[in-house]
Design a protein around this ligand. Structure first.
Ligand code: ADP
Ligand code: MG
Length: 397
């Protein structure tokens, strides 16, 4: 157990700063390709802030339709609908911080009796539990207490040690006792999702187990956005690129170029570009990145050595995951899967991820700590490194 006498948190990162950069990069590239199916397209962009992160919405409409919109922030029929659907999903269903949400209520429900939830939460949990099983617990939505114990996000965002009582602890690293106490209340095998007589329930066999859907929520929200977009008139709305934090939805037939963050620049720059093409009308691809640079705290110990603690935790060690990776990007046909798998693959490491990626028919880009970049075979030709610091490591599977 570290015994730093002086709390010395030397750096903090607000996630939205990084996210805004990714989004700007993605949007910049989006601007470069404005034709689809021979029709000239006009881009309409608007911004929001949801799920504690930046939301950037790009819609591509035929030029002749564009006059109907201002072309400037917000004036289109879709933005407000999407902002409110993502906001509602967060506040009412997924957020562990929002007092009105189902996850909040379930976390307060310190009982092993079953707890009724919406179909929306139930479906998300069912898919998360499937991923938890297939990743052998690397991606696990029941880590609530461990995540709160570390409090990395709170510290990274607010710059103060809000997760603990002032003066009691000297370092951000929880004590062994705290980690063991949290460990006794985690584990996906202690959570069951039940569908009974048209009603939906969650049930835990440890009363103090709590949920945290931070690794899946943004992707799940993008699944809902896709559903919404599919119901719009495709003659008017040709294509869209919607970015919610590190998760991006690419919708429609227009070719898109998505910037992949440079983990050495805290994600403020991009290190390469992924081209997504060949989607049909109404089809979508989801791209999600998880990395050690997104939310972290650095702490200097007594000997002046700086150690970095980031927000992706390994349930086996109870510490931030350390599998030799800087980031993992997962490309999938489903938003929740791309989001949850990017987190799980980060925890598993490159070799161990192959089976999981194959299971869900996903592609991935791994950036290792030696700056080598590895791609699965399905994206090796569509991903281009643009920064000399990074070198191709070759194809996986
Ligand atoms: P971000 O939210 O920055 O896009 P991720 O999608 O990788 O990044 O999710 C990280 C979040 O997921 C953490 O902030 C935490 O809330 C939660 N989390 C951390 N470790 C795990 C894990 N092993 N499995 C599931 N969720 C995790
Ligand atoms: Mg994730």
């Amino acid at each position: 157990m570290p015994e730093n006498n002086e709390k010395n948190i030397i750096k903090r990162r607000a996630v939205f700063m990084i996210v805004i950069t990714v989004v700007i990069i993605a949007v910049g590239f989006a601007l470069m390709v404005m034709y689809a199916g021979g029709k000239k397209l006009t881009k309409i962009t608007s911004y929001g802030f949801n799920m504690n992160t930046a939301l950037t919405l790009n819609f591509f409409v035929p030029e002749k339709e564009a006059d109907a919109y201002s072309g400037e922030d917000g004036k289109n029929p879709w933005s407000e609908d999407i902002k409110s659907l993502v906001g509602r999903l967060d506040r009412k269903v997924l957020s562990r911080r929002s007092q009105g949400s189902e996850v909040y209520a379930f976390n307060e429900w310190q009982s092993t009796e079953k707890f009724e939830v919406s179909e929306e939460l139930y479906s998300a949990v069912v898919l998360c539990q499937d991923i938890a099983e297939k990743s052998h617990g690397a991606g696990d939505i029941t880590l609530g207490n461990l995540i709160v114990e570390w409090g990395i996000e709170d510290i990274a965002e607010k710059g103060t040690d809000v997760g603990r009582e002032e003066g009691i602890e000297e370092t951000i690293v929880p004590t062994r006792e705290e980690l063991d106490a949290a460990a006794a209340t985690i584990g996906y095998e202690h959570l069951t999702a039940i569908n009974e007589n048209g009603k939906y329930y969650l049930q835990k066999d440890i009363p103090y187990l709590t949920l945290d859907l931070g690794a899946a929520g943004k992707g799940y929200a993008l699944d809902k956005v896709w559903k919404y977009l599919k119901n719009q008139d495709t003659e008017t709305l040709n294509s869209a690129v919607i970015a919610l934090g590190g998760s991006i939805l690419v919708y429609g037939s227009r070719t898109s170029k998505i910037g992949i963050q440079d983990p050495l620049s805290d994600g403020m720059k991009q290190m390469g570009v992924l081209t997504i093409s060949g989607l049909g009308k109404n089809e979508a691809a989801f791209v999600s990145t998880s990395g050690d640079y997104e939310q972290y705290v650095e702490e200097k110990n007594e000997s002046g050595v700086i150690k970095k603690y980031h927000h992706i935790l390994d349930p086996d060690t109870l510490y931030p995951a350390d599998t030799g990776l800087r980031s993992v990007t997962v490309i999938a046909k489903n938003g929740l899967i791309s989001d949850m798998l990017s987190t799980a693959c980060y925890v598993l490491g490159m070799e161990e991820s192959a089976e999981l990626l194959a299971e869900y028919e996903c592609e991935a880009i791994f950036i290792a700590k030696d700056n080598k970049v590895y791609c699965t075979s399905g994206v090796i030709d569509s991903f281009k490194i643009e920064n000399d610091t990074f070198v191709p490591g070759g194809a996986l599977n």
